[in-house]
Design a protein around this ligand. Structure first.
Ligand code: IYR
Length: 331
């Protein structure tokens, strides 16, 4: 795969395509980053953007992971001490997941976000941004109801991080897109370039296929799940024989989360998928491309129960090193 294909594989959106093509022309030494609010354990959403970071490392990018402790504090995720402690644990889990430690720069937000120069630039952005714009940018990120002043400051800091970390490409899930659009509009006012952005898809709710999987509601998959937790959850997943299911009776869009996880997690990390089946049911199926697995599910050649069985096995392989790390961290 060439650099452009690696960068754009499995993404929902790039802003802009022209800018990404320019990066792909000379990716070596270019810097890409994702920021995460530190939390106790990695969940499948963290792992999805991490897959993209691993692909970018393959394409020659330098990768920066921001452990956004100040952002987590502003988003009411705990005391500063608690957040700091989870940041260290999260870093270790990312390395266990497969981010090359020697090629990944882990940065704690508070290492630079409390410097005078950063704060003054932040105030300059505050002058340029309406409260309603900041609030809209946070609609899919903010926790709790009712916006706080802290939540209005948050997206402006996220914009400024792009400048202070000197990155060429900002990455996030689709829920980050409005923050990035704000960054593109606001950063030129402090003489910084509008950043190039890449957004990864969101995995749908596991049991309904509606909306997005969330660690606060419904079933979510995380590194602390045991093998049997994963098997049970995947078993309960919504998996009609199509990648494009009909909407619900209320007109809500549905996705097939089992196929999404194959597409965004399993194929990128394993390349090939073997679905084990007894001889009497036709024997093993071997796929070296996601599209073939999807086509077989749609045609009925691959039964949803067999697809789920294989998915649980691969997911368990993916999280095994992280699960082991969490066990160590708790001892
Ligand atoms: N908003 C992210 C966390 C975050 C991301 C970046 I990129 C930053 O520069 C700072 C924070 C979240 O929702 O987890």
């Amino acid at each position: 795969m060439d650099a452009y294909d690696l960068i754009t594989r499995n993404v929902s959106e790039v802003v802009t395509d022209e800018e990404v093509r320019a990066l792909a022309d000379s990716p070596d030494g270019k810097r890409a980053y994702v920021g995460y609010e530190p939390s106790g354990v990695l969940h499948i959403g963290h792992m999805l953007t991490a897959n993209k970071l691993i692909e970018l490392q393959e394409a020659g990018f330098e990768v920066v992971v921001l452990l956004a402790d100040v952002h987590a504090y502003l988003n009411d995720k705990g005391t500063f001490e608690e957040i700091r402690e989870t940041a260290t644990r999260m870093q270790e889990q990312f390395v266990a997941y497969g981010l090359e430690e020697s090629q990944t720069e882990f940065v704690l937000g508070s290492e630079f976000q409390l410097d005078e120069e950063y704060i003054l630039d932040l105030h300059a952005l505050e002058l340029e941004t309406s409260l309603s714009r900041a609030e809209r940018a946070m609609a899919e990120i903010a926790s709790g109801d009712g916006a706080t002043v802290a939540q209005a400051v948050y997206p402006l800091m996220q914009a400024l991080d792009i400048v202070y970390l000197d990155v060429d490409l900002a990455i996030g899930g689709m829920e980050q897109r409005k923050v990035h659009m704000l960054a593109r509009d606001a950063l030129p006012s402090i003489d910084a370039d509008a950043p190039t952005c890449l957004h990864t898809p969101l995995i749908a709710d596991l049991t309904t296929g509606v909306g997005k999987m969330s660690s606060s509601e419904g079933l979510s998959l995380s590194m602390e799940d045991s093998e049997s937790d994963i098997e049970e959850k995947v078993n309960k997943a919504y998996c009609p024989p199509t990648a494009d299911p009909d909407p619900t009776d209320d007109g809500e869009e549905r996705e097939n989360p089992v196929l999404q996880i194959f597409e965004y997690h399993v194929f990128p990390r394993f390349g090939e998928v073997v679905v084990e089946r007894p001889e009497k049911y036709g024997g093993d199926l071997i796929y070296d491309a996601y599209a073939d697995l999807e086509a077989d599910l749609e045609s009925g050649e691959l039964h949803p129960a067999d697809a789920k069985g294989a998915l649980a096995t691969y997911l368990n392989d993916l999280i095994a090193p992280g699960r082991e790390k969490i066990r160590e961290q708790r001892n």
